[in-house]
Ligand binder design. Sequence first.
Ligand code: NAD
Length: 495
Amino acid sequence: MSITEKDLEKIVSQVVKNIEDAIGNNNFQISQNPITSKPAAMNLKGVFEGVEAAVGATAEAQKQLMRNYKIEDRQRFINAIRKKALENTEKMSEMGLKETGMGNLKDKIIKHKVVAELTPGTEILETDAYSGDNGLTIEEMAPFGVIGAITPSTNSSETIISNSIAMIAGGNGVVFNPHPSAKNTSNFAVDMINRAIIEEGGPENLVTSVLNPTLDTVDAMIHHPEIKLLCGTGGVQLVKKLLSSGKKAIGAGAGNPPVIVDDTADIPKAAKDILDGATFDNNIPCIAEKEVFVVEGAADDLIYYMLQNGAVMIDRQQTEALMKTILTEKEDVKAASCSGGKPRKTYGAAKQWVGKDAKLILKEIGVAYKEETRCILCEVEGDHPFVMTEMMMPILPIVRVETVEEAIESAKKAEGGNGHSAIMHSKNIDHLTKFAKEIGTTIFVKNAPSYAGIGVGGEGFCSFTIAGPTGEGVTNARSFTRRRRCVLAEGFKIV
Ligand code: NAD
């Protein structure tokens, strides 16, 4: 009898399952090998089967961090995490791409590099001091303890690395609940971070996660008494959930960043910058350009230069076909019952097309493309579903407007009050100021690709957790600390 590779896989898989059943839910893990996806026994450091065990281990590690280590030790651990992350940049990028099927390798490598290099460490913490006749008072940034962090599928290991550096810099431990569809890549990063800390003599399990994250494990994490702060990076539902938890929560939610181009802009540069931002990792970053409002006088030139830069314009019929392919349609019955009208149609992005290459999408709708094609353009009205829906695909709806004022009004509607990111290409200071004030987003980028807003080709530090709804902005170690006052006083003398 001959045994095929398939038979072998089945046998190994059954053996792994038997061992898993026998071990129960302790902190020894058997998991799928995240690289080959073939069943393999593997001990991933910091990855636990249950939330309870993960939180318990991190709570213990965080106590050790406070008792036995100094701030300079935290910085040493962070330096080691940066080093290991840079060594594993390609591996994590490949894993993330393979596991989620979203984005592209070249840009994922850049994303991992910037989080490793540009996420601030302990140097960003500040102590305020007040001294005078009555003594000395200091206010310092102290840890919360154990943070529960929920991470997205779109920047999986990137967010784990960025959050870990910032949270450890603040003196915290962190338990992650990664997105289920990016769990292997995320848990690889958790293991890597633990190894970096342990090799530097630090406590094991300062960073942990769950092997099989689900909505139930999110719930268990939210309600665990040892979790003192929640941090969620993801869509609207996640942020809503965290904000209704009764605990302090940092919510980094959805965006739908509009771009405005006026006729004072450097149009060839604007065209290239917009496409560079909108096609970065196939448009999955929350900050990426999602729709363009261009004043009539600049529109033809902008489109011309976009076509020179790897864009393809589709016509009305092709736009209809594209809509049917990449959007899912639902009827908002609730809104109708409130208004007494007909159910309103709302749209969402069809999951299988999120983060896919422009050429694949064009092929699906039968439109010709070139090797260098990277973005799909279509001209639409300001309230078109492509404008109003956060699609996360390399598709840019272009809306012509008469004036900058009209552009600003339409851009505000498209942004939907998310308060996330917006971009403008203009040399008119009044226009730039007006849009920035009106849209009020956490990130506002002028005359550059959107990613300049997180330190890529722009000044400032990087984070992949941009907390608009709760106000921390582009998060860093300070966001994950609480203020504590320590007073040395003369005492009040009664005369
Ligand atoms: P997602 O909301 O589907 O998932 C994010 C995380 O939340 C996952 O771990 C998921 O399991 C969990 N989750 C989802 N719905 C939940 C619910 N109802 N209750 C509890 N947990 C829930 O998001 P995604 O597809 O992974 O990422 C894309 C979205 O995230 C986009 O909307 C994007 O704009 C946003 N995003 C925002 C930022 C930011 O910094 N503001 C960064 C990255 C992504």
